[in-house]
Design a binder for this molecule. Structure first.
Ligand SMILES: *[C@@H]1O[C@H](CO)[C@@H](O)[C@H](O)[C@H]1NC(C)=O
Ligand SMILES: *[C@@H]1O[C@H](CO)[C@@H](O)[C@H](O)[C@H]1NC(C)=O
Length: 825
């Protein structure tokens, strides 16, 4: 009896000891975890986020701060307790953390824009900086929650986080983490791959995590990571292929030193995506992943490898690793690198050149060694954006550092400064823009075949898959698209009830729909079964699934059951711009609202034109295709006629004339040559509708007034555009602002496409028209003078809310290639 008791005790002691040595949890010296706006502490896994009223000594108020607490308890679909409350910060607010350990720290910011009785957090707009780095500039959180992670190398005794609300808006925060990192985690520098040879010093930079991916089609939750990282599954980034296999062998991972568990946990090293060897005899290809990034930055990319397959009879062969088609490692032999010990992790850091594209593509594939069989494996990947030379991580940062004391200056000083800075910024951006353009051209000449993957599927054509993926983009892999069943659509629209119709067009009807979880959607149901209808249906899904931008209407899903051609979009509460301009009883839009709508739509179009290697031409820009959400934010819609722009060495696309009467570019009508400038022309017409508040063609008017373009241009050329503005605007538009607007329209409507400005230039002019309209209580410095290509951000942890949750993980390109396949049969 006694013996057994002692024996039991011994086992117990041993197991306790064991669990102590196994639990290698990192214990940070600096460790601030705050659940903002929460009245009580919140436990998440093994950590406690404190209520922020206990840490109020950290939040020092500079000036004009009102601190309100709001809470939202009925977030039932949302499982994370940290997102239930938020703190509103107005004016300028600072968090100051005392730092005991110098070196790299993570700052994680949690945002979830919900609404309660008093505040709608999705109206927030603000900037965040840490020390001297700009983390976010005029940030507007999108629907759904997001956690942003920044790495900062702190060399002083405090870390200061500053939140500045944008004009007439406010900032908010749901939760916050600040803690120091294990020394081994972030390197002091990284080897630059393209152009090869250089080395990037990271110690003076800040980093933002833009992707953290676990290969092998499985996610790893923060609870299974010593640094509470969330690793998303690679499946949505991967080009689908039968040549890809997911492998898993977590038990095989064997840490022998560096890398430690802090570099990546066993759940990451223990799963991998591998080139599928079964087919290797006749199919040789790479495994390729795509990641969205903001152009204009360098990125630190960390590759995690671990041979977890070697024990079986399928020995891992040496393989090549590529980033943006450049060699990162050739004939990588893991067993050599890990002294032939099975299961030992290995990682490699490289730095990209200044990215000119919105994508980073990563491939592993066969080495050229004659002796080795085709193979390739990747276990994990992290991509971190490196702050630019202006110490900013924000893609839309207009490089104006707003002085926090400026509000105390006299207004004319601000005005003078604004105009000065604006002028300099204008010239600088113009130069940068011209340089970039040149560079872009050069790049294309150099690698034209590899670089235009944006529209041609993978540049690394995979022998069997390429004919399916051709024409489909692999860009949007992480985005949402979903195939609805007809039954669900019927339920949402009350079986296509007439009372649900919100619009009618050549294609058929648009219905308002309400999904089971009460998400509102717009359902467009095509009637024509013609080939052309089908082609447009497909073009539209293809276009929408490639692009996600704040000013482009988003795709929710589609339905092609029983020969239906149904596209489901996000619902736009305020309908078309056209309806707000004339022919309805809606309240008239103010000049500022009209300018903001013009700017928003210009952004959307600018993104279409420049957002990928090959421009997308919308072809049907009109006020009826610009939609307004509940905040009157503009989104460009209806991509049914869109076309990809000219090939690099051509200047136009020849095509049959399509589009809407009254908006058509005369040059396109005559020559049938399509360029981005055709959209610029149509947009000029929309701008005229916006300022005059009347239809493009109005047969009820006198002959000289019937055609808006002819009539308005007559007045504009006389310099008297103010005589024909919408009566609602009379006396409310500043003359300088109107002049600027008029000039912009005139340029857009130039007879020859070559004489018209680009959409980027138009955006600039409209921004300055807004600046010239000036105060309305807002400082004029607030312009986002940017050509922000990508307003969507890739986040470390992206949770989704409501119905979107059901849609996540279905990659649109896959959906689309299925459709193409069906068509090919
Ligand atoms: C951690 O990973 C293991 C498998 O490797 C899994 O069984 C466990 O549920 C995970 N724990 C959490 C909290 O995700
Ligand atoms: C893999 O990708 C690289 C870089 O794009 C390319 O040079 C190589 O030919 C590809 N290999 C195969 C087998 O497709």
């Amino acid at each position: 009896m006694m013996g057994i008791g002692l024996y039991g005790l011994l086992i117990w002691v041993l197991s306790v000891l064991c669990s102590i040595c196994v639990s290698l949890e990192f214990d940070p010296v600096d460790n601030y975890l705050i659940d903002c706006g929460s009245p009580k502490n919140t436990r998440v896994g093994d950590r406690v986020f404190v209520a922020d009223n206990f840490t109020s000594n950290i939040l020092s108020t500079l000036h004009d701060v009102s601190v309100n607490t709001i809470s939202k308890s009925n977030l039932s679909t949302f499982d994370s307790s940290l997102f239930q409350t938020a703190r509103i910060l107005t004016g300028t607010s600072q968090y100051t953390f005392s730092i005991k350990k110098h070196g790299w720290h993570w700052v994680r910011l949690y945002f979830f824009p919900f609404a309660d009785e008093k505040y709608n957090l999705s109206n927030a707009k603000f900037s965040v900086s840490a020390q001297n780095f700009t983390l976010l500039r005029d940030f507007q959180p999108e629907n759904g929650s997001v956690v942003k992670e920044y790495s900062l190398n702190i060399t002083s005794n405090s870390l200061v986080l500053t939140f500045v609300a944008s004009a007439n808006s406010f900032a908010f925060l749901n939760a916050l983490e600040v803690f120091n990192l294990p020394d081994e985690l972030i390197p002091s520098g990284g080897k630059i791959i393209d152009p090869p040879g250089g080395n990037q010093n990271l110690l003076t930079r800040a980093l933002e995590t833009v992707a953290r991916v676990n290969m092998g089609n499985s996610t790893v939750s923060p609870q299974n990571d010593t640094l509470w990282r969330h690793w998303v599954s690679d499946e949505t980034h991967l080009i689908p292929s039968i040549l890809v296999a997911f492998v898993s062998n977590v038990g095989a991972v064997n840490y022998t030193g560096v890398p430690t568990q802090n570099i990546a946990p066993p759940e990451v090293y223990g799963t991998a995506t591998r080139l599928n060897l079964d087919k290797r005899a006749d199919n040789i290809a790479n495994v390729t992943w795509f990641f969205d990034v903001d152009p204009g930055f360098e990125y630190l990319v960390r590759f995690h490898f671990c041979d977890i397959v070697n024990s079986s009879d399928t020995k891992l062969e040496p393989f090549n690793v590529y980033m943006n088609s450049q060699l990162v490692a050739s004939d990588l032999d893991l067993s050599n690198l890990t002294s032939n010990i099975f299961g030992v992790p290995y990682y490699k850091d490289v730095v990209t050149g200044l990215s000119t594209s919105q994508l980073i593509n990563i491939s592993v594939g066969p080495s050229e060694l004659e002796s080795s069989l085709p193979d390739g494996i990747l276990n994990g990947l992290e991509i971190m954006k490196i702050s630019n030379s202006r110490d900013s991580l924000d893609a839309v940062d207009p490089h104006i550092q707003l002085s926090t004391s400026s509000s105390k200056m006299k207004v004319w000083v601000i005005l003078g400064l604004a105009i000065g800075v604006l002028f300099i910024a204008l010239i600088l951006t113009l130069i940068v823009f011209l340089l970039c353009r040149r560079r872009r051209r050069l790049v294309h000449v150099g690698h034209s075949t590899q670089d235009n993957f944006a529209m041609n599927g993978g540049g690394n054509a995979q022998t069997t898959e390429s004919k399916y993926s051709n024409g489909t983009s692999m860009i949007s892999s992480s985005k949402i698209g979903y195939r609805f069943s007809l039954a669900v659509i019927q339920e949402a629209t009350n079986n296509f009830s007439e009372s649900y119709v919100v619009g009618v067009g050549g294609f058929g009807k648009v219905y308002k729909g309400v999904l089971r979880d009460e998400t509102k959607v717009a359902v467009k149901r095509g009637v024509s079964q013609s080939r052309q209808g089908l082609a447009e249906f497909r073009t539209e899904i293809e276009m929408l699934s490639q692009f996600r931008h704040r000013h482009l209407l988003s795709l929710v899903g589609y339905c092609d059951e029983q020969n239906e051609m149904i596209i489901v979009y996000e619902y736009m509460e305020n309908g078309t711009l056209k309806n707000h301009l004339y022919g309805s009883n809606l309240p008239s839009l103010s000049w500022r609202q009209r300018l903001e709508i013009s700017i928003g739509s210009a952004r959307g179009l600018h993104y279409l034109h420049t957002g990928s290697a090959k421009a997308i031409i919308h072809r049907d820009v009109k006020s009826a295709n610009i939609l307004l959400d509940e905040n009157l934010m503009a989104k460009v819609a209806d991509f049914g006629l869109s076309k990809t722009g000219p090939e690099i060495d051509e200047t136009h696309v020849s095509t049959a004339v399509k589009g809407s009467f009254g908006y058509l570019d005369p040059e396109y009508l005559i020559r049938q040559q399509l360029t981005e400038k055709s959209d610029v022309y149509s947009f000029g017409v929309v701008l005229l509708e916006i300022i005059c508040g009347r239809p493009v063609i109005d047969p009820s008017l006198t002959r000289e007034m019937v055609n808006l373009v002819e009539w308005a241009m007559k007045w504009q050329k006389r310099g008297e555009l103010e005589k024909i503005v919408d009566p609602h605007l009379v006396g409310k538009v500043k003359l300088e602002s109107l002049r600027k607007f008029g000039e912009t329209v005139e340029k857009c409507l130039a007879e020859r496409g070559a004489d018209r400005p680009t959409m980027g230039d138009v955006l600039w002019s409209l921004e300055s028209a807004l600046q010239l309209q000036g105060d309305d209580g807002r400082p004029p410095l607030n312009g986002e003078l940017s050509n922000n290509h990508l307003e969507t951000s890739v986040s470390t942890t992206q949770f989704s809310v409501g119905s979107m949750g059901d849609l996540a993980g279905v990659s649109m390109n896959r959906v689309f290639s299925q459709m193409v396949k069906a068509e090919m049969r």
